[in-house]
Design a protein. Structure first.
Length: 659
């Protein structure tokens, strides 16, 4: 019987699995083999995460009180330099590796650094000792310069390997700190480039997070094609309050002043800083940080702040005799506000190496205790302000309860008594029936945030999607069904797909694709149109699908401001409306770069916008021609696309290419 258990077909020589099959990856080779484990992937977000890793090290020096200045410079060749005037990475021989300097160990060894205890840094963003070594591993060219004790040291690396030993580069009597210059490896990231606007925003946000640091930004002017300045200096004495004031702008708020402050935790456990505003007609936005690291998914520090605010507003309601206040929930007071929260704690725990979510249990208790007392004083020290905020929150609570009741009663008939499941990313409109309603499909959370603030909440719903969705024309049915972005889209639309598609169950009258007015935006729009053509063709045939027309340029002269769809329209406006005048022309990098008022005026307000309706020919033969074109351009066979490019290349003139 035992022999039978182990009996089986003989293993071929090509399928042997023995000790020789076991690979041992040494040094930084695991990073190059599996970059997603360390930076979350090889997409644009992960690519820019390299800059964050180096900048975070410099910020840790500033927060620890050893650096006052950080410089960021982007040069031609995708070369990024980040330097600080801190203590400088140690350059003496490492006790465990006496033939190597500490600098070389840090740059070439995972889990090496000075942040595993609180002896060198009381609080820091780097925890695992992998950040700078990962950047080194994924860069084709890395140079590190350290100025210590009035001497300059330099060492160069490529793909994680030292190109030579650490060398003395001369005297440095007036310099101190660390400089890291690197070029991401095209073997890992392809031809991806650093985006000046994104790096500029990163530098600016870091300066807000620590009032004592000055961050200098510099970029090669030839790389800038938008409103990003070539030079800038950031230093904000007001910290997060300054940041929030800029973000809120001149929008009217429920209270006359922000709720902001800072508080040290007991026993030197760290500190917290916060700034909150309640703008009217806002769907809210949130910025969470731990040790200057953005935590976009929030976490325990967020939970602590929410608990403090909810308990505080309920207690104030009880104080003034408002019985309804006991039913206030977190979404009533937090979903409508602009929040910035920054904590500094020892040994923080994150959900992953990319640190998207803080999981340290003690952070919730520390933040709640620190913020609650301040919030109680904020409400009760100025009773009129407290009552104004309470009234605003109660209005939100009444609206929430009313929506819940309406959904329970009216949505049931609209969905044929089926249980309605909506994706969590969807911000729905409040209208009861599809007539007059629209759903805007937008690219990314940044554009989604602007769209939520710009929309008409009664008739306009917002569904953010993450970048380029799956190309359904070249994907299997199983892959389409397994894709989360596609599933969210199908749930939000509500009418099913293919043979099960019933336009009578459509939840909105218009489906609007709203992407950036650039090549990437056009690509995403094409993928979405392909999706609707293949999965919900009847919706397209009936004219429910639209393409938004956001502007690419803003032209300002004196008090006159106009928007241009593209380069040709820009030239037309310059000739027709601004002839002979000095005009300031700014280019929108994307929808997320536009403030909500601009987005509403140009792209979302039915009274002022323009849209393109996407339809299908009524004639069957013409529809077959469309099907053939989609198959050629979006299908599995790249030869068809290559042939199409060859056939149509001559139609693109040199002027269009230059534009």
């Amino acid at each position: 019987m035992a022999d039978d258990l182990f009996a089986g077909a003989p293993v071929s020589s090509s399928g042997n699995y023995d000790a020789s099959s076991i690979e041992v990856l040494e040094g930084l080779e695991p990073v190059r083999r599996r970059p997603g484990m360390y930076i979350g992937g090889t997409d644009e977000r992960a690519f820019h995460h390299l800059a964050s890793e180096v900048l975070d090290n410099a910020m840790d020096e500033a927060v620890a009180g050893h650096a006052t200045r950080i410089e960021i410079m982007l040069e031609a060749g995708n070369r990024l330099t980040i330097s600080d005037n801190g203590r400088g990475i140690p350059v003496d021989p490492h006790p465990k590796f006496p033939d190597k300097s500490a600098l070389e160990v840090i740059l070439t060894t995972l889990h090496s650094g000075g942040k595993f205890s609180d002896k060198v840094y009381a609080t820091s963003g780097g925890l695992h000792g992998v950040g700078i070594s990962v950047v080194n591993a994924l860069s084709s060219d890395t140079t590190v310069e350290v100025a210590r004790n009035k001497e300059l040291f330099r060492q160069s690396f490529s793909q994680g390997h030292p190109l030579g030993p650490l060398e003395k580069a001369g005297a440095a009597p007036n310099r101190r700190g660390t400089l890291v210059r690197f070029v991401p490896d095209t073997a890992i990231f392809g031809e991806m480039k650093f985006k000046p606007a994104r790096l500029h925003r990163l530098a600016r946000s870091k300066a807000y997070l620590f009032a004592g640091v000055e961050i200098r930004w510099k970029c090669d002017p030839a790389l800038i094609g938008d409103d990003t300045p070539a030079d800038a200096v950031f230093q904000f004495p007001g910290g997060l309050s300054d940041h929030l004031r800029e973000q809120v702008g001149d929008r009217e708020c429920a209270t006359s002043s922000f709720f902001s402050g800072t508080q040290d935790f007991p026993s030197g456990a760290g500190r917290v800083e916060w700034a909150i505003a309640w703008p009217l007609w806002s769907d809210g936005s949130y910025s969470w940080y731990c040790n200057t690291i953005p935590t976009p998914d929030g976490g325990t520090h967020e939970a602590g702040l929410r608990a403090a605010i909810v308990k505080g507003i309920r207690a104030f309601g009880d104080l003034v005799g408002q019985k309804k206040a006991k039913d206030i929930q977190a979404e009533d007071v937090m979903s409508c506000c602009e929040v910035m929260l920054s904590v500094f704690i020892r040994d923080p725990q994150f959900q992953s190496q990319t640190k998207d979510r803080l999981t340290s249990p003690e952070a919730a208790r520390l933040v709640e205790n620190a913020v609650r007392d301040h919030f109680d004083h904020y409400l009760s020290d100025h009773m009129d302000r407290g009552k104004a905020l309470l009234a605003y929150v109660l209005d939100r609570m009444d609206e929430r309860l009313r929506r819940k009741q309406e959904k329970d009663v009216k949505r049931k008939t609209a969905t044929s008594a089926r249980k309605l499941r909506l994706p969590g990313k969807l911000t729905d409109c409040s209208a009861d029936s599809p007539e007059g309603t629209e759903i805007f499909i937008v690219e990314g959370d940044s554009a989604g945030g602007s769209a939520k603030q710009a929309r008409d909440r009664k008739t306009q719903a917002i569904l953010p999607i993450r970048g380029k969705i799956l190309n359904v024309a070249s994907a299997t049915s199983a892959k389409i069904l397994a894709n989360q972005e596609i599933a969210d889209l199908i749930q939000a639309i509500g009418c099913g797909t293919r043979k099960d598609c019933n336009p009578d169950h459509l939840r909105y009258e218009r489906i609007v694709i709203m992407t950036d007015a650039d090549v990437d935006g056009a690509h995403i729009a094409t993928l979405l149109m392909t999706f609707f053509f293949q999965e919900m063709p009847e919706l397209v045939r009936r004219g429910h699908l639209y393409l938004a027309q956001p502007p690419l340029y803003r032209l300002v002269s004196g008090g006159k401001s106009l928007y241009a769809r593209d380069d040709a329209h820009r030239l037309e406006l310059l000739e027709k409306d601004f002839k002979g005048k000095k005009v300031e022309v700014s280019r929108f990098k994307g929808l997320g770069e536009m403030n909500p008022m601009q987005l509403r005026e140009t792209t979302m307000d039915p009274a002022t916008r323009g849209m393109i309706r996407i339809t299908l020919p009524q004639d069957y033969e013409d529809r077959a021609g469309v099907r053939d074109l989609v198959d050629r351009l979006m299908g599995n066979n790249p030869a068809h696309r290559f042939a199409f490019i060859q056939e149509n290349a001559a139609a693109i003139d040199e002027e269009a290419i230059d534009a």
